[in-house]
Design a protein around this ligand. Structure first.
Ligand code: 6DJ
Length: 652
C-alpha cells in the first residue's frame, strides 16, 4: 500500500480554510530566537504525560485521558507498537484495541495535543521493543535498527501504511499531533547507523510533509547523543529527578544551542522485573523536581503518567542477565495501573497549577473495585494429555527442534516431544542450552526439572524405550533494549543433547493460542503427576458469578498467591502471566470491560506447582486491592534438589 502523498492531506487542510473560513493556517514549529515551540504563531510549552493505548483497555481510554487532562496536562506522548498492528507480515490491524486513530481522535476531543512516537523501535518494556517477531523468521543474521535491506524493506512497508493513517491527524491538517519522534534512544544502540536514521527521516517527510517537528530522544549524556542525533531532527533528552536542570540541559544545548529545552521522558517511577522489589519514586521529590523544570522553562513529558498492563504475552525483557518484565506496568506512575488517582497525581497537579490556570474539569473519581471472593478451580487436563485434542491437525514433525519463529508461533508456549529410542538409567543428563526462556521437563508427564536460559540448562532423567520426553517451553518475552536484540529467537534454538549427541525426531506442538477449546475438555483420566514440589503443567478452570445488577461488573484483582507460575485467561481474554512465587506482583488487574454480569470463565495454566494436589487449596480469590509490591524470591524454580527420580502418581 503506497503512502498517501502529503499534498492530499494538505489539500484537505486548505479546503477547510476556504470553505469553513478557518481564520488562519494551523502551524506548529520551533522559534530558535526565543527558544520555544510556537503554536499558530504563539509561544507554546507542553506539559505532557505518557500513556500507551496498548496497555489500557480501549473502553477505559477516555477515563485515563480525561484524568490526564484534569491533572493540568496539555499533551500526551504515545508509542505505536509495530507488532500489535502487523501480527503477520503484510497483515495489518487497526481495529478495536488496535484502533490508534480512534485513540488519537479521542485525545484531540478531550483537548490534549499529541507527541507521537511511531518507532519503528519503541523499547518501552514492551515485547521485542515493538518489533514483530516475524522479522526474525529465516533471517538468521538480520541486523535490526540498521540499514540492513531486509529490515529496511519491512520498515518501509510498515511506515507506508502507518504514516498514511497518521498524516491526517497532524496538527497542520486539523489533528492533535504536534511532533513526531524518529526511532528511540538510538544513541544507546551499538549500530550508530546514520543512513538508517536518514532513511527514517526521509520516509516521514515523504508521507507527513515538512510541516511537522521531527525529533530524537536520548539519554542525557554526550555518549548517547553522538549516535542518536541527526541533522534535521530536533535533539531532545531524557532524565529522571534532578535539582539542577541546567546541568542536564547543558547536554542538550551542545546539540541544540537554541530552541526549546525538552525532557522527553521525565521518569515518574521505574520498571519492575519478576523476582525484584517493586520500584518506587517519592511523590514529593518528583513534584519538587517538576517545579524546577517548569520554572526553568522546559518542555516536559512525564514517563509514565499512566502505565497500565502488559496483557497477554506483551511484556518485554532486559538482558543481560535475562529478566522478564511483569504483567503490571504500574511504573509507580501518577495514575495507577487501574487508573486510580494517587498522591503523586495530586502533587503534580498542584505544581502545574502554579504555572497554568486550573483545568476546567474536576478530577474524575477512581473506578470502583469489588472483591468477588473465592472460587474453586477444577482440573481440566494436563498439558501432555491436552496435546492430542488441542492440535487436531497434529504436531509438526522435525528431525531437530525448531524455534518458534520458524513455525509462525511467536508468543506463549511450545511443547517439544521426543519418544525415547533407548533405555536411559538415572541419572542421564540432558543438555538444553538453547532453551528460550524457561522449560519444564517431563518423562511420561512426571516432572523431572525446570531449565532456565543461561542459568540452568541441564536436567537428569531416566526412562525406557517408548517413554515420552516432553519439554514445555515458555517464551517469557523478547528483549526490548540493548545490543542483544537481534538474538531474540524463542523456543528451543539449539539441539537437545546427551553426552554431546543430539536427540533426533521431535514432535512440536504450538500451544494455547485458542483457549476456547479448553472449555470442551472433560478428560477424566487426566491428572497431574507430582515429583517433589513440581506438578505436571496443567489447565484448570473455574467460574466467577458476577451479580446481574448495576454497578456490577466492577474492576477487581485476581489473587493466586497459593499458585506458583503460569498464565490466566478470563472469558478468553488473556490477562497475562502470574508468578507469585517470584513476586513482586501477587495479584493481576482485571478491568471491568473483561467481565460479564452472570457467569465468567477463568482458565489457568499452572506450569510448576499446583495447589490442587491437596484438594483443600484448589481456589483463587478476587480482591478489591492491588498487590504488586509483594515478597520477592530470586532463586525461583530451583526445586531440583527436592526431586526424586522415581516420581510418583498421587491419588487425585
Ligand atoms: C539503563 C537502560 C535505559 C533504557 N531506557 C529506558 S528504561 C525505561 C524507559 C523506557 O524503556 C523507554 O521506552 C525508553 O525510551 C527509555 N527507558
Amino acid at each position: 500500500m503506497a503512502g498517501v502523498p502529503i499534498w492530499s492531506a494538505r489539500l484537505c487542510s486548505a479546503l477547510l480554510i476556504i470553505f469553513f473560513g478557518c481564520s488562519e493556517a494551523r502551524s506548529f514549529g520551533i522559534d530558535y530566537e526565543n527558544d520555544t515551540f510556537v503554536l499558530d504563531g504563539k509561544p507554546f510549552r507542553y506539559v505532557s504525560g505518557s500513556i500507551h493505548y496498548s496497555r489500557v483497555p480501549n473502553q477505559y481510554w477516555k477515563d485515563r485521558l480525561t484524568k490526564m487532562f484534569a491533572a493540568g496536562l496539555n499533551a500526551i506522548q504515545v508509542y505505536i507498537p509495530w507488532n500489535i498492528h502487523e501480527p503477520f507480515q503484510g497483515q495489518f490491524d487497526f481495529s478495536g484495541q488496535q484502533d490508534v486513530v480512534a485513540f488519537l481522535r479521542l485525545t484531540h476531543s478531550i483537548g490534549l495535543y499529541v507527541i507521537l512516537r511511531p518507532g519503528p523501535y519503541i523499547c518501552a518494556e514492551w515485547e521485542f521493543g515493538g518489533f514483530p517477531a516475524w522479522l526474525l523468521k529465516g533471517n538468521n543474521d538480520i541486523q535490526l535498527r540498521s540499514s540492513d535491506p531486509r529490515y529496511i524493506k519491512a520498515v518501509d512497508q510498515w511506515f507506508d501504511v502507518l504514516l498514511s493513517e497518521i498524516a491526517p491527524l497532524l496538527y497542520v491538517n486539523g489533528g492533535p499531533i504536534i511532533s513526531v519522534q524518529v526511532e528511540n534512544e538510538y544513541g544507546s544502540y551499538f549500530a550508530c547507523d546514520y543512513d538508517y536514521l536518514r532513511f527514517l527521516r526521509q520516509k516521514m517527510i515523504d508521507i507527513l510533509g515538512n510541516d511537522v517537528v521531527l525529533f530524537t530522544t536520548d539519554g542525557d549524556g554526550v555518549g548517547y547523543l553522538r549516535c542518536g542525533t541527526l541533522e534535521g531532527l530536533y535533539t531532545t533528552i531524557d532524565f529522571g529527578i534532578t535539582y539542577d536542570p541546567a546541568q542536564n540541559f547543558n547536554v542538550q544545548r551542545k546539540w541544540e544551542p537554541r530552541g526549546p529545552l525538552v525532557n522527553s521522558e521525565f521518569y515518574t517511577g521505574w520498571l519492575d522485573h519478576w523476582g525484584e522489589s517493586h520500584s518506587h519514586t517519592d511523590a514529593a521529590a518528583f513534584a519538587k523536581s517538576l517545579d524546577l523544570l517548569l520554572a526553568y522553562g522546559a518542555n516536559v513529558n512525564m514517563y509514565m503518567f499512566e502505565g497500565g498492563t502488559n496483557f497477554g504475552f506483551w511484556n518485554g525483557a532486559e538482558y543481560p542477565p535475562f529478566k522478564a518484565i511483569p504483567t503490571s506496568y504500574d511504573y509507580d506512575a501518577p495514575l495507577s495501573e487501574a487508573g486510580d488517582i494517587t498522591e503523586k497525581y495530586i502533587a503534580i497537579r498542584q505544581v502545574i497549577c502554579k504555572y497554568y490556570p486550573p483545568p476546567p474539569i474536576p478530577i474524575p473519581p477512581s473506578t470502583p473495585k469489588f472483591a468477588y471472593g473465592k472460587i474453586t478451580m477444577n482440573l481440566v487436563s494436563t498439558i501432555p494429555d491436552y496435546l492430542e485434542k488441542y492440535t487436531p491437525g497434529g504436531p509438526i514433525k522435525s528431525k531437530y527442534p525448531i524455534n518458534m519463529e520458524e513455525i509462525d508461533h511467536y508468543y506463549g508456549f511450545v511443547m517439544y516431544r521426543h519418544i525415547l529410542k533407548d533405555n536411559v538409567s538415572w541419572p542421564t543428563t540432558l543438555d538444553i542450552m538453547g532453551v528460550r526462556d524457561r522449560g519444564y521437563v517431563m518423562i511420561n508427564q512426571i516432572p523431572f526439572g525446570i531449565i532456565e536460559r543461561e542459568k540452568n540448562t541441564t536436567v537428569n532423567i531416566k526412562g525406557v524405550i517408548g517413554d515420552y520426553l516432553d519439554i514445555l517451553v515458555e517464551n517469557q518475552g523478547r528483549i526490548n533494549y540493548g545490543d542483544n536484540m537481534n538474538d531474540n529467537r524463542k523456543g528451543l534454538i539449539t539441539n537437545v543433547t546427551h553426552n554431546g549427541d543430539a536427540l533426533t525426531d521431535w514432535l512440536i506442538y504450538p500451544l494455547l493460542e485458542n483457549i476456547t477449546l479448553v472449555q470442551s475438555f472433560n478428560l477424566k483420566h487426566s491428572y497431574p503427576r507430582q515429583n517433589g514440589l513440581l506438578s505436571t503443567p496443567a489447565l484448570y478452570t473455574g467460574q466467577l458469578v458476577v451479580p446481574k445488577k448495576a454497578p456490577h461488573p466492577m474492576d477487581t484483582y485476581f489473587d493466586m498467591s497459593l499458585w506458583t507460575k503460569g498464565q490466566v485467561w478470563m472469558n478468553n481474554f488473556n490477562l497475562g502471566r502470574y508468578w507469585p512465587a517470584a513476586g513482586p506482583q501477587i495479584r493481576l488487574y482485571i478491568p471491568k470491560p473483561v467481565l460479564n454480569q452472570g457467569v465468567n470463565t477463568v482458565v489457568m495454566l499452572e506450569l510448576e506447582s499446583s495447589p490442587c494436589m491437596h484438594d483443600t487449596n484448589c481456589f483463587v480469590t478476587f480482591m478489591d486491592q492491588p498487590l504488586i509490591n509483594g515478597t520477592v524470591h530470586t532463586s525461583v524454580g530451583h526445586h531440583h534438589g527436592k526431586l526424586s527420580h522415581h516420581g510418583y502418581l498421587p491419588s487425585v
